[in-house]
Design a binder for this molecule. Sequence first.
Ligand code: FES
Ligand SMILES: [Fe+2]
Length: 388
Amino acid sequence: MTGSAYLLGEPSYDADLTRVERGTAMGELLRRYWHPVGLSGDAGGRPRRVRILGEDLILFRDGEGTPGLVYPRCCHRGTDLYYGKVEQKGIRCCYHGWLFGPEGHCLDMPVEPQGGENFKPKVRQPWYPLEERYGLIFAYMGPPDLQPLLSRFELLEEIGEGEFIEADDSGVGTGGGAIAPCNWLQHYENVMDPLHVPILHDGFSGTQFVGPMGIIPEVRYETFAHGVRSYQYRDLGDGRALNRITETVLPNVRVVASPRLVPGAAESIGWTLPLDSTTYRIYTAARVKERAAIRRQRSKPGGKVWAEMTEQEHQDYPGDWEAQVGQGEITYHSEEHLGESDRGLLMLRGMLRRELKKVAEGQNPIGLTRTPGQELITCKAGNWFEQF
Ligand code: FES
Ligand SMILES: [Fe+2]
């Protein structure tokens, strides 16, 4: 075994697990679930371009307050609805003025005879259903007859005294910018990689999550009704122990307790949204007591926020962003050598593969329901301190 790089083969990645376009294995699994496509405030009177799962779409909110998400090419002759005007009842194409409601119905054709009275019912602008919850707008982009209920999370439903729900799209959790230039799974499987924490965030960077998080924990993993869970046990040496629990709710939700070790249940839920196969964005909703509380959780490697760091500081204080974006646009699975410490990641990939297979075989994947009341998801994630 010389190890010469000259002997490396052609690298490859697992396309079924990573690619998200319509028609791909993961793209079809992801399309069975609701996904956040923006903050509530992103939908307004000016059409906004959004990219989700490799699809370019137009988001708006009509004058009656109903948000809409439509295919960008007008179904008349293809002009971009980005240049449309939002009105009381929908969005009007700039070219010949066809007006489309939030569900794509054509409501007016000003230059057709009688306003298109007979023609209007025959056309419909392609659209996706939306729902608003937790300050976020969620879209369902899958087969219309399989639309499930939008999940609720107990963590965000039971609000304490003085608390409210805040949503954030600034990339808290990416460790850097709002939109990360790499495959979503590189982030998502990191959630089941608790053993990088004492190295990357403490032993190496030396400035992130220092203290108890620097102790190498005893880790165990288990699967549960919605995904994979890890328990990270640390004896703090002062008569206390920390049992930190982290969860992945399939297919792409992360439930991670405060890295500042705030005791108790996790405060936030994060959606790892693939914009396409090589970029993702994290939307977060959290129980907070002050505005902008989520953004303030960001670590400051070397005392600076990520965006202000120099190239040398990125080398001196690398964090999740540097580690995951550093794996490349889509990491080469063919070059990996997975060890015992990668067990959580292997369990997560295994579970995702099982769900891909279900979809391919025409079965329903994990965690979906159409029975009201059953859409509530209960999590255990948190920083659980014990005295002994
Ligand atoms: S292209 Fe949109 S109305 Fe003609
Ligand atoms: Fe991390």
